[in-house]
Design a protein around this ligand. Structure first.
Ligand code: MEV
Length: 438
């Protein structure tokens, strides 16, 4: 938790000024930021311990989303993402949500599913009965594989048997509360440990023994509101924006082609937080999309409706998605920038981390469909693109915004136009940095 997640004007400051202010509100020191973030946060020697055949590292921007308030607590949220406007859009949307009370989140317990496949089962009904009759004993055996987790208060809490559309196949699910761990290693260990016993009881053979990434026992349920007045744009009143957003939600609810893009906008926010805190974003992506398709039709993870209250009209968004994240183990143990990301967030709780990541996902969705329902997405993207063109032309400080505004206004967002604008505003080159032409 941060002292506050409101830092007006952060985007206009230099990186050094930003580090100083973020340090003030999060308690992470500037020295820690210098150490963990300069040079991409990971040296080649450390990277060489992660995977095979390492040649070097590949850096991405590490930024922070502001204004995020979840269950009454403020968070300065680390985001690692290469796409322009994702961080700005999430921060803007979080600001609107904040003035309407912030994000409300409920997190399921950290229960992961460990799957054991049983094949060549001669009598599936008898096998199911035999396994369920020894449920308590099997849970006890499963827990022998994870003494550390048991000592911390987690462990296997249930066992289920599922029949599949194959008369000789069964799958056993062991449900394991992984507490603050993502849990892949724990549940894989459980599956491998208990599988021989299960195969024996089923009079069949062991098949696969692995976690399921459809972590639907570990969902985050998040909701938020934003006021019509805060949603209004220069060209559109707030109530019309609400209508457009409800329309956008209905589109995604009715069309999987749109739902995929709607969900991509959510994952823009979620993944960036997942990566910044050293978690497995492929697992999160697999789980989110499998969950979106759980009914047999691919659906939007978040939906939006108009709410009329005594205070006026609001848009209300609701989202549920599985989020298997950890605050211990894995990459966190070895990646300095991931450790810093978590420290900046100020939590050691995996469910709180997942609550924040989901909130940023819902904020990203709010921002995207608000833009799509009003000005269209290109206007904002072009403004950001214009800033990078201005920087490429050699502008810095205040000049970046001024030149970006000029080339957007002239509808000529090119390097040449930015150079001409720079020449005009700063003929002596006093405020411009030197650029070398390729
Ligand atoms: C782009 O990264 C994400 C959007 O396409 C999401 C959406 O269409 O809702 C803008």
């Amino acid at each position: 938790m941060a002292k506050t997640s409101r830092i007006p004007g952060l985007y206009k400051m230099t990186i050094a000024e930003r580090r100083s202010l973020v340090s003030e509100v999060t308690g992470v020191t500037e020295k820690e930021m210098d150490h963990a973030l300069d040079g991409g946060g990971l040296d080649a020697e450390t990277a060489d311990k992660f995977v095979e055949n390492v040649l070097g590292t590949y850096a991405l921007p590490f930024a922070v989303a502001l204004n995020v308030r979840v269950n009454g607590k403020d968070f300065v949220v680390p985001m690692v993402v290469e796409e322009p406007s994702v961080v700005a859009a999430a921060s803007n949307a979080a600001k609107m949500v904040r003035t309407a009370g912030g994000f409300s989140v409920e997190a399921d317990p950290a229960v992961m599913i460990s799957q054991v496949q049983l094949t060549d089962v001669p009598d599936v009904a008898a096998a199911k009965k035999a396994i369920l009759a020894r449920k308590e004993d099997l849970i006890r055996v499963a827990n022998e594989a994870i003494p550390g987790l048991i000592a911390r208060g987690g462990g296997t809490i249930d066992l289920e048997v599922r029949e599949l559309a194959d008369a000789s196949m069964l799958v056993v699910h062991l449900l394991v509360d992984c507490l603050d761990a993502m849990g892949a290693n724990l549940v894989n260990g459980v599956a491998e440990y208990v599988a021989p016993r299960l195969a024996e009881l089923a009079a069949g053979r062991m098949g696969l023994r692995i976690l399921s990434n459809l972590a639907d026992r570990r969902c985050i349920h998040v909701r938020c509101r934003a006021r019509a007045a805060d949603l209004a744009t220069d060209d559109m009143p707030g109530e019309a924006v609400i209508d457009g957003m409800v329309n956008a939600s209905r589109f995604a609810e009715l069309d999987p082609y749109r739902a995929a893009t709607h969900n991509k906008g959510i994952m823009n926010g979620v993944d960036a937080v997942v990566i910044a805190t050293g978690n497995d974003w492929r697992a999160v992506e697999a789980g989110a999309h499998a969950y979106a398709a759980r009914t047999g039709t691919y659906l939007p993870l978040a939906t939006w409706r108009r709410i009329d209250t005594e205070e006026g009209a609001f848009i209300e968004g609701k989202m549920t998605l599985p989020l298997a994240l950890g605050t211990v183990g894995g990459t966190l143990r070895v990646h300095p920038a991931a450790r810093l990301g978590l420290k900046m967030l100020g939590t050691t709780s995996a469910s709180e981390l997942a609550s924040v990541a989901a909130s940023v996902g819902l904020a990203s969705n709010l921002a995207a469909i608000r833009a799509l329902a009003s000005d269209g997405i290109q206007k904002g993207h072009m403004a950001l693109h214009a800033r990078s063109v201005a920087v490429a032309a050699g502008a810095h400080g205040d000049l970046v915004e001024r030149i970006a505004a000029m080339i957007v206004e002239a509808r000529d967002i090119t390097l040449e136009a930015a150079k001409r604008a720079l020449e005009l505003l700063d003929p002596k080159g006093e405020g411009a940095i030197e650029v070398t032409e390729e």
